[in-house]
Design a binder for this molecule. Structure first.
Ligand code: SME
Length: 163
């Protein structure tokens, strides 16, 4: 299905989120594989918003291990409580970092990353099984709207993969 996404690349971000929500649902429809769905979701977000890096890490033992992503090569393993990703895992909540240089312990995979948002992925029991990590080359690039829509997209992902 859906070889191309339908949205106005010049529209405000909120309209792009709205236009793409039903298309993301359609991509997940009947597909339960967490890698396949993560790959398409990373592609949708990276294409629509041109963020510097968009990707997934999955919990394996006591580490997060790199999953599907779009962008430059990244670190492959992150410990629990380490960096922004490991912090989001540990606290089981979204972490928004307006300026990565002010976040103690930030793991700098790329010097171009200036701000980021990390949203935990939870299975139906509520256990954190991974994170969605999005890095921007702009400072303070993630608003409450971004958080709202990205969290709702993570919920769609969780329902598709873990229900
Ligand atoms: N920024 C992350 C590390 C992962 S890379 O940016 C892709 C962190 O501090 O958790």
């Amino acid at each position: 299905m859906a070889e191309s996404l339908l949205y106005d690349a010049n529209a405000p971000r909120e309209l792009r989120y709205q236009a793409l929500t039903s298309q993301l649902k359609a991509l997940f429809d009947g597909e339960h594989d967490e890698i396949a769905n993560a790959a398409n979701m990373a592609a949708v977000i990276a294409t629509a918003f041109r963020f510097h890096w968009v990707g997934f890490y999955f919990v394996k033992g006591n580490e997060l291990v790199l999953g599907p992503f779009q962008g430059p090569v990244a670190c492959t393993r992150i410990g629990r409580g380490k960096g922004v990703c490991g912090t989001a895992w540990e606290c089981a909540n979204t972490v928004v970092v307006p300026d990565v240089d002010s976040f103690q312990g930030h793991i700098a995979c790329s010097a171009l990353s200036k701000s980021e948002i990390v949203i935990p992925l939870k299975n139906m029991k509520g256990d954190v099984v991974g994170v969605l990590d999005i890095d921007s080359s702009q400072l303070n690039d993630f608003s409450e709207y971004d958080q709202h829509y990205l969290e709702s997209w993570v919920k769609l992902y969780e329902e598709a993969c873990y229900a």
